[in-house]
Design a protein around this ligand. Sequence first.
Ligand SMILES: *Cc1c(COP(=O)(O)O)cnc(C)c1O
Length: 375
Amino acid sequence: MEKNEPHPHPSWIEIDEGQFRKNIRAVRKRIGQVLFCLPVKANAYGHGLIEIGKIAIEEGVDYLGVSCLKEGIYLRKAKIQAPIVVFGAIHEDQIENLIRFNLEFSISSKFKAEIVKEVCGRLKEKCSVHLEVDTGMQRTGVRPETALSLLSYLRENPCFEIKGVYSHLATADCREDAFTEFQIDTFSYLREKVGAGEYLWHLANSGGVLHYPRSYFDMVRPGLLCYGYLPSGEKDSEIKPCFSLKSKISYFKAVASDKGVSYGHLYRTKEPTRLVTIPIGYGDGYLRAFSNKAPVLIREQRYVVSGAVCMDQFMVDIGKSTAYVGDEVTLIGKGGKEEISLWELAKLCQTIPYELLTLFNERLPRKYIKFSCAD
Ligand SMILES: *Cc1c(COP(=O)(O)O)cnc(C)c1O
């Protein structure tokens, strides 16, 4: 049995490991010597938490970022020893494990800080924290006006080992955005007041890394960019997607004219034709919204999903063309000279690459391909 594929399955995700490494190197080149935190939350944006975590560390990434305790524990149980920061707001019943698994976490209010202090006291342990400041996302984090007093509180209590101060950008996807400049200014001002040097100050997401060098400070946290997508939808010459979605035709049938296809008969054949069945559906994270819309590649030819996507499969009308059971189908990525981009699919159903990537679930095995064909 192959390591990456415990049980053969007719649909799978392919991760081009070589291209992922290139993306990390390209980002490193861009950011220079500041620390590099790779967000690996939500199963590393669908790319596989543990595998991506390990490759990233090999490539010299300094920190891994996750959203919750559980993701941090998975990384630790996989023997990843790099610093890990948990971004999401913490809950009281998680504090003990955050400490036990050596996970750094956010302090986003005095209220939370007091609870953490109490738990540390009970356990006779210290904890490593990042003070989260809200400079304009209105999500979590203290207001800039109260950041200094909360920082003093953390300093006064020796159970807190303060690692960093951070904030999150709300509108950095585009260049020259006034609100992003405002957030950077607010954060800079706070850093000047506290003094640089003692803590890691971090603010930049992918948009920040791409368009706002002024947002780099001591560490950056680009997620989507490292996985090969620009949040604006533009293309880059070095940074490219490394995620493909593939399947194999599971059935073929000749069908007469004017036959309804799939649930609700949302598609009807226009003439005698050929239908192939693809064994992947919304139960895998291939959206029902792709019904009658999404392109697929079979033998380097583009077709469109015919009728409703079912839970586990969907059909494609291939007209007079030839295709056989077992033929490879590309649903995302390159298939010969043709390519279906994630951005194209995202736009078809009014969403963003982030959402599509994180919907693909564990029913789909992930295969890691060592050598990049992009060379
Ligand atoms: C997800 C996340 C990021 C990465 O955002 P991208 O848009 O993928 O670059 C950075 N910082 C925090 C706190 C996050 O939650």
